[in-house]
Write a protein that binds this ligand. Structure first.
Ligand SMILES: [Zn+2]
Ligand SMILES: [Zn+2]
Length: 115
């Protein structure tokens, strides 16, 4: 997908105005519809001081914090909470097949606010 490495510059206000769909896709698909996704919303970072029991396997260390999103230890939760949002812009576009709709993703670069 050639468009995948394109980025788009938005102001904070433009970013704020976009509807957020971080774990789903918006319904009401029409060409030109745009939304934002924070790909860090469901990231699974691992804390250096993780307190969950680690299991050593032949494939390395297995940590329940990475395997199960919902029962992370407090340390891993804190690391996840401190992750900076990583915003992407989704847009429905025409597809070669007229019965389908395409999606183009662009990385959002937020312009620093003027002071
Ligand atoms: Zn942990
Ligand atoms: Zn761990």
């Amino acid at each position: 997908m050639a468009e995948a490495d394109k980025a788009v510059r938005l102001t904070w206000d433009e970013l704020r105005a976009l509807p957020e769909y971080s774990c789903s896709l918006p319904s009401g698909t029409y060409v030109g519809k745009r939304w934002k996704r924070n790909i860090n919303a469901y990231a699974r970072p691992h804390a250096d001081d993780c307190t969950a029991p680690h299991e050593k396997t032949t494939r390395g260390i297995v940590c329940p914090c990475i395997q199960a999103f919902s029962n992370r230890c407090p340390q891993c939760k804190a690391v996840a909470k401190n992750l900076k949002p990583n915003w992407w812009l989704g847009e429905y576009v025409d597809d070669a097949d007229p019965k389908q709709i395409g999606i183009v993703w662009k990385r959002i670069l937020v312009r620093p606010p003027r002071s």
